[in-house]
Design a protein around this ligand. Structure first.
Ligand code: 5AD
Ligand code: SF4
Length: 472
């Protein structure tokens, strides 16, 4: 299968703002002037990266005099930060745009913008399909949002979907909500070109943020009282700065030294880039969490080749063995796609047997959804019927739940350090927190602890998704 790289797109027929190029001092002072601008409401969909991007968008807007609001009825500008990974993610946005029509009728000056992957994928066709949309900005175009809003306010359709080879927003400190745990993007884009995936086309080429800016931000988060940070990227473990001098293992090592009490997580990783060095660093440094999300997608080598995953079933299982030998208590999770093109019952059974072999704590499971213009859409037939896809998905879900329940039951009687995140969803008498290996735990409040504390909890019971315990 040939590898096609994303192109840089220019929209015709709508005003373009280039993000590169110096802005004059006068223009800058005018834009960052004291004058209060409108209120912006941002709704985020999809992966954690999108949620982190919304915090970057909020920072860019704040710098420009806008404020953010949690109420859509109060807003002058509404942004949907979108996902395009599966068709149903896009359908959600289409119906959300329908529901915004009433607000636009009441306030014709309201600017409605679509940000993120769906904006990048659909480009100007989104204006044609959804008349309510005034503005679109792709993932590398967020610095130009203030100018795009001005254009939209003057009644023009405004768009910027340039993909960049350099943009990492390294100099922008995201506007985060207070809390225990923070997300921090360390790289953007993806060069892997899995045949089913739209991400290389919507988020562009891989690029890493300078390592010192990451370490500085972790220090700042620690000073602000955050107790956990998750390093984010489409493919974090191919992180590479200073021509390979600082790879992901090195970055994790340096990150772990900043605040030895601060937990460090990462997501998401590709099996080909899980190195011995990285796993050794995770094993050695106590505050690097013993949890790895390692998408496999399928247990069949034949399907993995069609997916252009660059690893076989055996390669993947070898990596798992290496992880389990260096970190015996490491928890694992994965992503699985059911019903990829040409998948047979035998391929499906290989996925089930891989799940039995690895024994994940959790699996994110998806039905294959053909995405326009991806290599799979161009070259392969989406030939597994929907009922079969659904049935296979169900079998995968049932099996992963059974295995997770068994694994969680093994925790009963053991003591874990839990980082308290807040009240449990079910009861304000209980705390909810996580173990180092990312298991959710709930336990009764004693009055002696608060959110953000690390406490020791003995596990007394477990379901397939939650540990139940008491503080010791
Ligand atoms: N159809 C179904 N699932 C997909 N994913 C990516 N593209 C598709 C698609 N076209 C899944 C993969 C990936 C996760 C983020 O989403 O499992 O790891
Ligand atoms: Fe998509 Fe594959 Fe890149 Fe993940 S690694 S974002 S599945 S192309």
């Amino acid at each position: 299968m040939s590898i096609e790289l994303p192109t840089l797109d220019i929209i015709e027929g709508s005003k373009e703002i280039a993000t590169t190029g110096e802005e004059t001092y006068a223009a800058k002072s005018k834009r960052s002037g004291e004058a209060k601008k409108g209120k912006v409401y941002i709704e985020s969909y999809g992966c954690q990266m999108n949620f982190a991007d919304s915090e970057i968008v909020a920072a860019i807007l704040k710098q420009d005099g806008y404020s953010t609001t949690d109420s859509e009825t109060d807003a002058d500008v509404i942004f949907l930060n979108t996902c395009a990974i599966r068709d149903n993610a896009e359908q959600k946005i289409h119906s959300r745009l329908q529901s915004l029509k009433a607000l636009k009728r009441k306030n014709p000056k309201l600017v409605v913008g679509v940000l993120g992957c769906m904006a990048e994928r659909m480009k100007q066709s989104l204006f044609e399909q959804e008349k309510i949309v005034d503005l679109i900005a792709g993932p590398d175009a967020y610095r130009s949002i203030p100018q795009l809003i001005e254009l939209a306010e003057s009644g023009q359709k405004a768009a910027n979907v340039f993909l960049s080879l350099e943009e990492t927003y390294a100099d922008i400190t995201p506007v985060r909500r207070e809390g225990v745990s923070a997300f921090l993007s360390i790289m953007r884009g993806c060069d892997n070109m899995c045949s089913f995936c739209v991400v290389p086309f919507t988020r562009g080429r891989e690029r890493s943020r300078p390592f010192q800016t990451i370490l500085d931000e972790i220090k700042m988060l620690s000073d602000e009282g955050f107790k956990e940070v998750t390093l984010l990227g489409q493919n974090v473990n191919s992180y590479n700065d200073e021509q390979g001098k600082v790879n992901f293992a090195e970055l994790m090592y340096r990150a772990s030294l900043i605040d030895e009490k601060m937990r460090i997580r990462f997501t998401t990783s590709h099996p080909k880039d899980i190195s011995d060095e990285l796993v050794s660093v995770i094993a050695e440094r106590p505050n690097l969490c013993k949890f790895i999300h390692l998408p496999v997608q399928s247990g069949s080598t034949r399907i993995l080749a069609l997916m252009n995953r660059n690893h076989t079933r055996e390669d993947y299982l070898k990596k798992i063995e290496m992880i389990q030998s260096k970190i015996p208590d490491c928890a694992l999770s994965t992503d699985i796609i059911a019903g990829f093109c040409t998948e047979t019952e035998e391929d499906h059974r290989e996925t089930l047997s891989l799940l039995e072999q690895v024994r994940y704590d959790y699996a994110f499971t998806f039905i294959y959804s053909e995405r326009p213009n991806t290599p799979a859409a161009k070259k392969l037939k989406d030939d597994v019927d929907n009922a079969t896809k659904q049935r296979r998905l169900q079998e995968i879900v049932t099996l992963t739940k059974r295995i997770a329940a068994e694994r969680y039951a093994e925790s009963i009687g053991k003591v874990y350090e839990i980082l308290i995140e807040g009240d449990s969803k079910r009861s304000s008498e209980m705390w909810m927190g996580r173990t180092d290996n990312n298991r959710v735990a709930v336990f009764p409040k004693t009055g002696q602890e608060k959110a953000g504390d690390f406490v020791k909890v003995r596990i007394t019971n477990a379901t397939a998704a939650t540990l139940i315990g008491e503080r010791i």
